[in-house]
Structures are given as C-alpha cells and as structure tokens.
Design a protein around this ligand. Structure first.
Ligand code: SAH
Length: 486
C-alpha cells in the first residue's frame, strides 16, 4: 500500500517536472522567437509604406532608413536576449521527454488582456497554461506560465559570482536565509537535475531543433520584459523607481531605525519582478529575499544580478516596438544603457536571495510561520486569484512579538486584478475586492493600519511617450498586532 503511494507520488512529481520543463521550453522559445516576430512587424510597416501613392511616399524619404535602423535595433536587442539565455542555467533537466505527457492546460490558450499604454488593450492577449495566468495588466510584466517555476522552492537558481570573491550576489531559497557557504555550495555552476544527474552540455536546451513555435502573445511578454528592464535597471526608469520604490525604502528605513549589522532584519518581497527593489532593500541593511514565479522574469533578473560586469554594459532599444504616441523617430529609436548600477558593487547585505515559485505554494508552508520582520508588496497583491489568501499568508509569515516597530507589511500598488477579465475557465477564480474590503480583511488577520497614502505613478511607461497612464496607487504600512499575551 505504502509502496504504491510512494510510486504514485513519484509519478506525480515526474509529471509535474515534465510539465515545468515544457513550460520553460516554451518561455525560452518565446525569447528565441523575438527577432523573427519583431522582423515581422517591420515587414508589416514596410508593406503599408509600399501601398502609399508615390506622391505620399515621396513625403517620407527617410522611411527606408528608419526600417533599416529598426532592424539594427532588433538585432541588438536580440544580441542581449541571446547572451542572457546563454548565461541561464535551467534548474530542471531540460532533456526530459515531455512529448508523452499531454497537459490539457498547456494546449489550452485563452484570452486575457494586458493594458498596454500604446496598444489597443484587446490586441495584447495572454495565455493560460495550467490554469495559472498572470498577464500583469498594470504591470505589463505579462508573465505567464506554470504557477510554480520550481517544484522545490529551495532549489538554487543563481550562479555564484561577485566582484571581489566568488560569492553569489544572490542565492535562492525560501525562509531561512542561508549562510554564505551554503549559498556558494548550492549555486555551483554544475547543472544538475533534482536527482543529481549532470547534463551532458548545459546548452543543449538552446538547440534550435527544440525550439517551439509559440503564439505571438508569448513574444509580447518578451517585449514587456524589455520595458520592465527599463523600470528596474536603467537611468530612464529612475523617475518611476522614485515614485514606487523610494517611498517603500524610506518607510523601511524609518520603521527599522536601529537595525543591527550583525543580525539584520529579514524582509520578503513577493512578486519581485526583475529584482531591483529587493536589491535596494538588501543595500539598505536587510536580509532581503525576492520571490518571483515567472521564468521570464527570473531568467532576466538572474542575468543582470549575476552577470553584470560594468555599469551600462548592454544597450537595448526598448521603445522600437510601437510607432504610436511617438514625438520623433529619434525618440522611438533611442538606446537605453543597462544596468544603471553594478549590482555586485551596490553594497548588498549578506543573505540576499531570489526564491522562484508561487508565493502561495512556497510561503504557505509551516516552516514560514513567523519568519519575516517585514513583507513588502509592490504592484503584487492584485495578482492573486484570492487576495484573502495572500493577506492571510502575509500575516502568518510575519514575526510576532519582538521589538516594537517591527513586523510590518508595506504595500504599494493599485487593485487591477489580473484575473478579473478571465472568463471561460471553470476552475479559475478571481476575488476582486475594493480597497475598503482589502483593509477590512487585513484587520481581520491582525493588521493595524499605521499609515496610508495615495501616490501617483506610472508602470513601465515610456517617459517620452505622448500617452502616460497613471495609477493612483495605495501606499500603506500595516503592523501585525500581537495576538498572544505573555
Ligand atoms: N514588484 C515588481 C513587479 C510587479 S508585477 C515591480 O514593482 O516592478 C507583479 C509580479 O508578480 C510579476 O513579476 C509576476 O510574475 C509576479 N507574480 C504574480 N503572481 C505571483 C505569485 N503567485 N507568486 C510569485 N510571483 C508572482
């Protein structure tokens, strides 16, 4: 009986892993499809241009050179993407045969939407796999894939690298923040699957023969990631970071005035995106852990955090993909240097980590109860199917008791529920509470509102675009009240 159960569990795990491989392969394919999809756009522009009557065409003599420039920008963006993929070391055995395992969800595409500032909202769709879709509407992060990027949340994702010594900038793992040696150990460069088998060559999975033809909406997510890079890692994103991250950092600084260097407070950042906020929190003197479930995001953040050698090492052209709301071609074709800082020399606090996986799956674990001094959510809480569950978990994982002024949840963002417009999938749910109700639920789970403010901000917006979507984001600090009397 027990043996049968073990066997069943093993089979289940294998199936889950195979599905993850399939999902990751699809994401890698989306990245690899980027040049072709972008080229297709330029071909479309050219086609329209050619249809112009000669007299009209003559008014735009610079257009052929614009197309040429667009192609040059696409190839430079592609160069960045390929370099990033080459540095990626999949945490899964990509050689697994998944053809035999058919997941109905993986085949099942459905419409979501993504408000893109410069596109027709309905033209940017998202796709659902395994019933878990996250096209971050406000975020344009458009990350979507299987809910769990790693079945084992403590599996290491990151490579060991830093300037002075071979120490990791960040490792990964939920909860307990590991000591240096452990991180270094887990982050060794050997690529091995969960059974410890090393792969023949770490880049077999980049073989073109394994490349899937992905729907164009997946490539849209790659474009969204490029915009996210500007938000987190370019000088152009500074204004937005000052709107969103700065108030959070100032609040953390004020809430933990006498934090010790020997034993820094621990701060969790669920939905960490490309990792800049988690890094800044680390630099502020916290043991910081970002949690992120999108491979699109994790591949990119890992690359920037672990593989950057100098400031401005790469040049990307984030704004080439839209001809709309542009003041000039020069604006559209302008280069953006990334990253604006060298992460390894930014002054991080030991124990910085990124944990891959679904927030609910990873942090609902009993090992996470009362572990964190602070939880920071930025443009995250509306990614929930069930926001009540998010709030319950945030409350559970915060420490109880301890010093006055600790155990805080700092939130920043709108309530643009990601699953609000998902219809058709029977097993999906989306609980869309008003701000008033969100606060009521938080009070129920033991929070007390300490500060509340509305802050106007953009999200991954082209600062030179004629269209600027603004959010009136809710910014609050809540403290977890003591529930036990001692
Ligand atoms: N905090 C970042 C990213 C916000 S977008 C910023 O301010 O820029 C929301 C992020 O949450 C996306 O990167 C998305 O992939 C991630 N996310 C959504 N649902 C998640 C979940 N259940 N667990 C972990 N991450 C999640």
């Amino acid at each position: 009986m027990e043996i049968e159960e073990d066997e069943e569990r093993r089979r289940q795990r294998k199936l889950e892993e195979a599905l993850e491989v399939k999902s990751l392969r699809r994401i890698i394919s989306a990245y690899l499809n980027y040049p072709e999809a972008a080229e297709e756009d330029v071909r479309r522009y050219e086609k329209s241009f050619k249809k112009l009557p000669p007299a009209h065409k003559a008014l735009l003599p610079h257009y052929p050179s614009k197309f040429k420039n667009l192609r040059r920008c696409i190839s430079l963006n592609s160069y960045f993407i390929f370099t990033m993929l080459q540095a990626f070391e999949p945490p899964l055995d990509m050689s697994q045969d998944v053809d035999g395992c058919k997941d109905p969800h993986l085949e099942n595409f459905e419409h979501g939407h993504c408000h893109s500032e410069e596109r027709n909202a309905s033209s940017c769709q998202s796709v659902s796999t395994s019933g878990r879709m996250c096209c971050s509407n406000h975020a344009q992060a458009c990350s979507q894939e299987k809910s769990n990027i790693m079945s084992n949340p403590t599996t290491e994702l990151q490579e060991v690298k830093s300037e002075q010594q071979h120490e990791p900038i960040f490792g990964s793992g939920a909860g307990e923040v590991e000591n240096k040696n452990e991180i270094a150990e887990c982050c060794s460069n050997d690529v091995a699957d969960s059974n410890g088998n090393a792969f023949s060559s770490p880049h077999d999975w980049l073989d073109p023969s394994l490349q899937l033809n992905v729907p164009l909406v997946d490539v849209d997510k790659v474009r969204c990631i490029i915009r996210n890079i500007v938000r987190d890692w370019a000088a152009e994103g500074e204004k937005e970071r000052n709107q969103c991250y700065k108030p959070i950092l100032e609040e953390l600084d004020a809430q933990f005035p006498n934090r010790s260097k020997e034993s820094p407070p621990a701060c969790l950042v669920p939905g960490a995106g490309l990792g800049r906020l988690a890094l800044e929190i680390s630099c502020l003197g916290f043991i910081s852990q970002g949690n992120e479930f999108s491979y699109y995001m994790m591949i990119c953040s890992s690359f920037i955090l672990n593989h950057t050698e100098t400031t401005g090492q790469w040049t990307i052209y984030p704004w080439i993909h839209s001809n709309c709301n542009s003041l000039s071609d020069n604006d559209q074709l302008r280069p953006v240097l990334i990253p604006d800082i060298h992460p390894a020399s930014a002054g991080i606090t030991e124990g910085f980590s990124m944990c891959g996986g679904d927030f609910v799956e990873v942090y609902n674990d009993s090992s996470q109860i009362g572990v964190w001094d602070a939880v920071v959510t930025c443009f995250f809480i509306d990614t929930a199917h069930n926001i009540i569950e998010y709030i319950e978990i945030i409350s559970r994982i915060l420490k109880e008791g301890g010093l006055v002024g600790w155990q805080v949840w700092i939130n920043f963002g709108p309530l643009l529920y990601h699953f609000a417009d998902m219809y058709g999938q029977e097993d999906d749910m989306s609980i869309e509470l008003s701000l008033e109700d969100v606060k009521k639920i938080a009070f129920h789970y033991g929070f007390k509102l300490e500060k509340e403010q509305t802050i106007e901000t953009t999200y991954t917006t082209n600062p030179r675009s004629m269209m600027q979507n603004h959010y009136h984001a809710a910014f609050w600090t809540m403290r977890k009240k003591r529930t036990t009397t001692t």
